[in-house]
Write a protein that binds this ligand. Structure first.
Ligand code: ATP
Length: 234
């Protein structure tokens, strides 16, 4: 479904990603793990069309998307849930969710999608008219995920969904991501919380200093010596 081929990309003359390749098949949950500054966000920004690769290419359903504008990438069915959630704080939960439904294919089905999304996030149904800023950090992350679902994406990408959340809330966020995956949405997660994301994923990649150094089944990565020492503190 998604194929990133030998991508080099960065900002201005600063190259961050070097020869990065990865693949996500339909229905999979795939994760990219790595430390602060490894280039995880840059990878998602490159797939989203926010950063144009200087070499290599990105393909979605066989079509090259690396030169498309971000809104054209969204129209193909790829949605990014950004790090830090980026909700509209003074807008209600309902208004925030509706902002997610701007993708052409989602507009006509807004009401039905909202019902489906609220089935996945029942607690948001009780808070639809509240300002987003009045919610807890965990609830705000749920709104950010629900807003992403409102676009009816085929591929949903998460940038550090566990960032800044208490451990018990982190578990809830990964439970919700697993539920999202069970609806048939393909998922790509970048995370520093290596344990939880590998538990939730089918396959994973390890990104270090802008290069992919490992890729394997998620359970194999959980047993990998390098991953255990560098990321799990075992
Ligand atoms: P983090 O967990 O800190 O977000 P990350 O793995 O997502 O880490 P990136 O955000 O992709 O890493 O950043 C990789 C490198 O790119 C860092 O050295 C960062 O300083 C640099 N960088 C990020 N955004 C820009 C930008 N707009 N202009 C210049 N350099 C940038």
């Amino acid at each position: 479904m998604l194929e990133v081929r030998d991508v080099h990309s960065g900002y201005g003359s600063t190259v961050i990603l070097q020869d990065v390749s990865l693949r996500v098949d339909e229905g999979e949950v795939v994760t990219i793990v790595g430390a602060n500054g490894a280039g995880k966000t840059t990878t998602l920004r490159t797939i989203s069309g926010l950063v144009t690769p200087v070499a290599g290419s990105v393909h979605f359903d066989g079509e090259e998307i690396s030169k498309l504008q971000p809104h054209e990438v969204v129209d193909r069915g790829i949605t990014l849930i950004p790090e830090g959630r980026q909700l509209f704080p003074d807008m209600s939960v309902r208004e925030n969710l509706m902002m997610g439904a701007y993708r052409r294919a989602a507009r006509s089905a807004q009401a039905q999608t909202l019902e489906e999304v609220l089935d996945l996030f029942p607690r948001l149904g009780e808070r639809l008219e509240q300002h987003a800023s009045s919610l807890s950090g965990g609830e705000q992350q749920m709104v950010a995920i629900a807003r992403g679902m409102m676009a009816r994406p085929r591929l949903l990408m998460f940038d550090e969904p566990s960032l800044g959340l208490a451990p018990i809330i982190v578990e809830q966020v990964f439970d919700v991501i697993s539920k999202v995956a069970r609806t048939g949405t393909t998922v790509l997660i970048v995370e520093q919380n290596v344990f939880h994301t590998l538990k939730a994923a089918d396959r994973g990649y390890v990104l270090e200093n802008g290069e992919m150094v490992l890729d394997d089944a998620a359970d194999a990565l959980l047993r990998n010596d390098h991953v255990r020492q560098a990321y799990l503190g075992i």
